[in-house]
Every structure is written in structure tokens, then in C-alpha cells.
Write a protein that binds this ligand. Structure first.
Ligand SMILES: [Zn+2]
Ligand SMILES: [Zn+2]
Length: 666
């Protein structure tokens, strides 16, 4: 008897019946046999991910297989991180008598394991060296991971006798769920994995031994409810990460350090941009420098929008509950809204601009000749986010979006989507980051007919194709009222952020009874397109601060130049230079403190100010400034006028569409 398996290159391999993944690797070659960690098994057709299994398990006949080695990417890292979680539990059960184990999966950047420590024992980061040392011993011992499939009752008995209540509960759940879901057949065995002194209830897979864990590090401790249920016991979760090599681990830790140094909350304080206070959780207090960054972005949205046919509008902040009932927010979003009462009327503070814009559109008559109507409003929005999820500028309760709503005819949808995408790319081109598009299509719960969705999705696809844009497909992830295109950026630390969105909406115009008079003199429903490019300005500024490590591009910088008199005698000349530059629309400050020029330069460098203009006797006599660029570049003497010209050239080349862009950022 023999079995046949297919290798990734399509070649077929004949092996004796009962052959394992390890046998297959050995049959391919001795090098692979040594490098093999696990085997990926695919049973059906199709190209979606197979199941990663232990090398020691017999292969099913007819399977397509791929040997997993450390070069296999995520699946290999996941494997050793799961191994590392077991090694962590091994060390912890060695060191702490009576500790109860629960679960320990691999996660995106590493792994964790949840424990219940006996009463009176707590674990903190100070205990990590001790635990890590113990882990290293188990890794060094290269203990084999041995899988055993044992009868349910036997496994249960084992964990009962060891007082491992969480494992007992997990087994009972596995039994109960096998009855309900699955194929209906009762569960007879469960798998246990043993390495050295430690045995865990675990589905696997695992590498052959603990020796492949390589480099690891424990990272943090947190409380976590058993099964995420706040009525159950609070367990102690220990997070760690592991890599195949020390170099990879170090690189990862370095990246984390960089991210910490770039934390926008820290930069916001250091650069004097914004601050927070518990008197208004989730709402920034913008200092003058931060306000100028904010305003530079808003005026950019205004200018770019008005060139593209958007009209700015202002709609109310607070609306009667009736409007929110019409828009559907009262049903679906009320708990995220701030509610107020006035003269017995229940009212809600707007969390989005859309209903106000729909209301505004509906308040006048429209002919097909007026369409598309494009409303833009960088208005304030409030969302009642739980205080626990608030995070600097990235998650706030009070914010403004570069929000626009386009009302157009069915025939205009493609051109409008194209216009919105083009505007998005024009905008993002001003920042050096990569943009990724995602198309989200009809969700299970939705309104409208299938024909409507076919048409709407088809329009987005044809527009993307026409623009030659590649995108990822997110089936089922659209809004209930229509499909959407989301835009994501990858920052300098490799993190992904969603920024903009373009959404087709066939529901809101219906709910608000919006119409326009067509060429046929009949009333028709317009289509509504929601469009935002930055998302919220607050969040975008937070992301940009981290992306640029606080060194915002010149056109966005809160202070573009600082005038530094070498002594008090030249303060007056310095002030006149500042005023000239301000007159030209640059954001300039004067440092007239009685400090040494060296100190003033150092302070300006720390604030990451792009240009330092030193003025002393010679400069005053010649009517010039001596220009230094951030990070030490000496550009020599020039007149204030040539400096203005130089900076405007830079703003012009770094920014925006051709046209009047250099004057607009003033
Ligand atoms: Zn496990
Ligand atoms: Zn909207």
C-alpha cells in the first residue's frame, strides 16, 4: 500500500502508507528534512490556505503538501510563536506552584498566555528576567513536542486531578460544541501536547522541538478576563514575541522603540501643538502652533475643493431627534451620540454631517442642470466613544472631518467617483506615503435590490479599472446602503491606517425623500456620495506626526522659520525681518530671549524648525539674513526677499496642484 501526495511544483511523490510529513521531507532531500518544521496540507481543490500540521502526523492520501521551513513567512513565525507560548507556560508552571493555565495563542506580533496565579502571587515585568531564563533552559533542551490523541474522559480526568479548571471547562465546551455544530458526531478524543514537564490541551500544530523558538522576549503584562467575559475571573496575560533570529528580534524591538519615540502625544507636547485635559475627555486643546497646522490642512481642503467644484456649507450642530430617526442614526447609532434636551424636545449632537447635508439639499428645488451638487463642510462632530478606547488624536470624541457629500444623477456616478479618487491622489501626493485601495461590496444585511448593487459595484469597479488602479476586494464589507472604496496608507514604520473613503449611498436620498427634476420633467432620486480624504483632521495630524517623527513638511509646519538675533541689540532688526516674512504669508517667529545664539539654534533644532535666520551686525547693515537649514545646512546670506522666493519655490514644488498654490498656504 502506498499514498501519493502532490508537491507545490506539481510533482507527485509516492510514499508508503502511513508516511508522515517528516518522511515526505526526507524523501525530497536531506537539507529539507533538517529544515522542516511542519507541513501544510491541502485536501480539496482551490488555493486558499491549507492546514498546517505536525511533521509527525501521517499524511492523507491525495493531499497537496508544502513543507514549512523558517523561510515560509507568517505561517512559520506563527508556528514558533505558538511553541514559545507553550515554553512560557512551561517556565511559569515550573516557577509558580498552583498556577492555573488557560490559553496561549500566537498573535499578530508575537504570542501571549493567560494564567491565574494563586492568591497572594502577582507577576510584573520585574519577574520577566527570571521567567525568560527558565524559558531559555527549555529552549536549549530542545524538548520534543509530542502529540497524543487521548479519550475525552481521560484528558478531563487528568486536568481535574491537576486542578486545571480552565482546561476542564474547555474540554466540556469542545464536547458540547461537537454535538451542536460540526458534523454532529460526538467528540471522542482530544489532543494533548507535551514538551519536557509540561502538557497542554492543544490543537497544535507545533514544530518538532522547543529548540526552534530562536530569539524571544517577554513584553508586557495585562489583565484579561477569562473568555473576554467581564463577569468571569480576571487572568494575568503575559505577552511576548519571538523570531527565528536575534537580528530579527532586535529589528522588531528597534521599530517598537521608534514608534514610542514618535508617539504623537509626546511630540504634540514637545512641539507645543496640543494638549488634553480630563475636563473634556477625547477632545484636544489646540495651542497656537497646533492650530496653524490644523488650519493649514483645512485651507488646503478648501482650496483643492473649490478648484474642483465643491461648495462649502455650514449646517447646525444639534438636531431634533426626528431628523436622526429619518436618517436611521436613532436606531443604529444613538448610543454613540451626545443627546441634549431643549424645551422638552429631545435633540442629538451630530456625529456625522450626512443627515444635515441631505436636509439642506432637500430644502430647495433642484433641476438636473444643477447637478452634481457638492457640499463640503469641515464641521465639528461629536461621537460618544467609551473613555477606555480614547487615544490621543487617533481616537477622539470631538473632531472635524474633511467631509463632503455629492448629490448627482445615476449617470454622473462614475465621473464623480473618478473625480473624488483623483482628488484623493492629488492630496496624498503631497505626503510621501503609499496608498492602498480596498473595494468593499454588498454585506449580508443591506437595503436595495440586487440589480441596484450590481449596478453600484459595477460602477466602482469600472472606475477603478479605467483609472488603472489596483485594489483589494473586501466582499461583504460594504455599508448597508452601498458599496465603498477605502484608501489606506502605510506609514514610515510600516503600519497601515485607513484614511479616505468614497461611498455610494442609495438609502439616505430615499429616507429624506430627495428629488431633482429630470430632463423629462419628472421627479427623480439623486444618488448621494460620501467622500472624505483625510478622515478626521485630528487623526490625520496624529498619523502624520508619527509618520514624519514630528518633522512635518514645510508647507504644514507650525513654524516655518525662526528669526534668531545674535544679541539683544539686533532684536529690532529681527522683528522687522519677521514682519516682512509674515507679510509674505510665512509662519515665522522671533526668538528674542537673552540667550546665546548657540542655545537659540539648539532650541530651534529641537523644535524641528525648517529654517533659522540668524541676524547680527553684518545682516542689519546689508539688510540680509544668514540662513541655516534644520540639521545644520548653512545656506549663507541672502536678502529677506530672496529667502521668501526660495521658500515659496519649495512650497510650490512640494505642494498641491499648479496654480495659485504658493500663496494659498499662507
Ligand atoms: Zn497550544
Ligand atoms: Zn457622510
Amino acid at each position: 500500500m502506498s499514498i501519493t501526495v502532490t508537491l507545490p511544483d506539481g510533482e507527485q511523490l509516492q510514499l508508503p502508507d502511513g508516511a508522515t510529513g517528516a518522511d515526505a521531507a526526507a524523501a525530497i532531500g536531506p537539507g529539507l528534512a533538517r529544515a522542516a518544521l511542519a507541513v501544510e496540507v491541502r485536501l480539496g481543490e482551490g488555493d486558499d490556505g491549507g492546514e498546517v500540521r505536525d511533521l509527525a502526523r501521517p499524511l492523507p492520501d491525495g493531499a497537496r503538501i508544502a513543507i514549512v521551513t523558517r523561510k515560509s513567512g507568517t505561517s512559520a513565525l506563527e508556528l514558533i510563536r505558538h511553541d514559545a507560548a507553550h515554553v512560557l507556560a512551561t517556565a511559569v508552571t515550573d516557577l509558580y506552584d498552583g498556577v492555573k493555565i488557560s490559553i496561549g495563542p500566537p498573535i499578530e506580533d508575537g504570542f501571549y498566555y493567560d494564567f491565574e496565579f494563586p492568591p497572594g502571587t502577582s507577576v510584573s515585568e520585574a519577574d520577566f528576567p527570571k521567567i525568560e531564563e527558565r524559558m531559555r533552559a527549555h529552549v536549549k533542551a530542545a524538548e520534543p513536542f509530542e502529540r497524543q490523541d487521548v479519550p475525552v474522559a481521560q484528558a478531563r480526568e487528568r486536568f481535574v486531578s491537576e486542578h486545571q479548571d480552565y482546561k476542564v471547562e474547555l474540554i466540556d465546551d469542545l464536547v458540547a460544541n461537537a454535538g451542536e455544530g460540526g458534523d454532529g458526531s460526538p467528540l471522542t478524543t482530544v489532543s494533548l501536547y507535551t514538551n519536557g514537564p509540561f502538557t497542554d490541551l492543544c490543537r497544535g500544530p507545533h514544530a518538532p522541538t522547543t529548540g526552534t523558538v530562536g530569539a524571544f522576549k517577554l513584553r508586557s503584562v495585562a489583565g484579561a478576563y477569562w473568555r473576554g467575559d467581564s463577569t468571569r475571573t480576571m487572568l494575568t496575560r503575559i505577552y511576548g514575541t519571538s523570531f527565528f533570529s536575534k537580528a530579527d528580534l532586535d529589528e522588531y524591538l528597534e521599530r517598537i522603540e521608534q514608534a514610542k519615540a514618535r508617539d504623537h502625544r509626546k511630540l504634540g507636547r514637545e512641539l507645543g501643538l496640543f494638549t488634553f485635559s480630563d475636563v473634556s475627555p477625547g477632545a484636544a486643546f489646540w495651542l497656537p502652533a497646533g492650530t496653524s497646522v490644523f488650519n493649514a490642512l483645512v485651507s488646503m481642503s478648501r482650496d483643492m475643493g473649490s478648484e474642483r467644484g465643491y461648495s462649502e456649507v455650514k449646517t447646525p450642530q444639534i438636531y431634533d431627534a426626528e431628523l436622526w430617526r429619518i436618517s436611521g442614526h436613532w436606531d443604529k447609532y444613538k448610543e454613540h451620540m451626545f443627546l441634549v434636551e431643549s424645551e422638552g424636545r429631545q435633540m442629538g449632537v451630530k456625529p456625522m454631517n450626512c443627515p444635515g447635508h441631505a436636509q439642506l439639499f432637500g430644502m430647495s428645488r433642484h433641476s438636473y442642470r444643477d447637478l452634481p451638487v457638492r457640499y463640503f463642510e469641515p464641521g465639528l462632530l461629536h461621537r460618544n466613544e467609551a473613555s477606555g478606547v480614547l487615544h490621543g488624536l487617533l481616537r477622539v470624541r470631538h473632531f472635524a472631518q474633511d467631509d463632503a457629500h455629492i448629490f448627482c444623477t445615476e449617470e454622473q456616478v462614475e465621473a464623480e467617483v473618478r473625480g473624488a479618487l483623483q482628488m484623493a491622489f492629488d492630496t496624498y501626493a503631497l505626503f510621501d506615503f503609499d496608498v492602498r485601495l480596498e473595494l468593499s461590496t454588498r454585506p449580508e444585511k443591506r437595503i436595495g435590490t440586487d440589480e441596484m448593487w450590481d449596478r453600484a459595484e459595477g460602477k466602482l469597479v469600472s472606475t477603478l479599472d479605467e483609472l488603472g488602479l489596483s485594489y483589494e476586494l473586501n466582499p461583504g464589507d460594504g455599508a448597508f446602503y452601498g458599496p465603498k472604496i477605502d484608501m489606506h496608507m502605510t506609514d514610515s514604520l510600516g503600519r497601515s491606517w485607513q484614511l479616505g473613503t468614497v461611498q455610494l449611498d442609495y438609502s439616505m436620498p430615499d429616507r429624506f425623500g430627495l428629488t431633482y427634476t429630470g430632463a423629462d420633467n419628472q421627479e427623480h432620486r439623486p444618488v448621494m456620495i460620501h467622500r472624505a480624504l483625510f478622515g478626521s483632521y485630528e487623526r490625520f495630524i496624529g498619523i502624520m506626526l508619527e509618520h514624519y517623527a514630528g518633522e512635518l513638511p514645510l508647507w504644514l509646519a507650525p513654524v516655518q522659520a525662526m528669526v534668531l538675533p545674535v544679541s539683544d541689540r539686533f532684536s529690532e532688526y529681527g522683528a522687522s525681518v519677521r514682519d516682512t516674512l509674515r507679510g509674505a504669508g510665512l509662519r515665522v517667529e522671533l526668538d528674542d530671549r537673552s540667550e546665546s545664539i548657540g542655545r537659540k539654534i539648539r532650541d530651534a533644532e529641537l523644535r524641528k524648525i525648517h529654517y533659522m535666520l540668524v541676524v547680527g551686525e553684518r545682516e542689519e547693515r546689508d539688510g540680509s539674513v544668514s540662513v541655516r537649514e534644520h540639521r545644520g545646512g548653512d545656506l549663507g546670506d541672502m536678502s529677506a526677499e530672496s529667502f521668501i522666493e526660495r521658500v515659496e519655490g519649495e512650497l510650490y514644488s512640494s505642494a498641491l496642484t499648479p496654480g495659485k498654490s504658493s500663496e494659498r498656504r499662507a
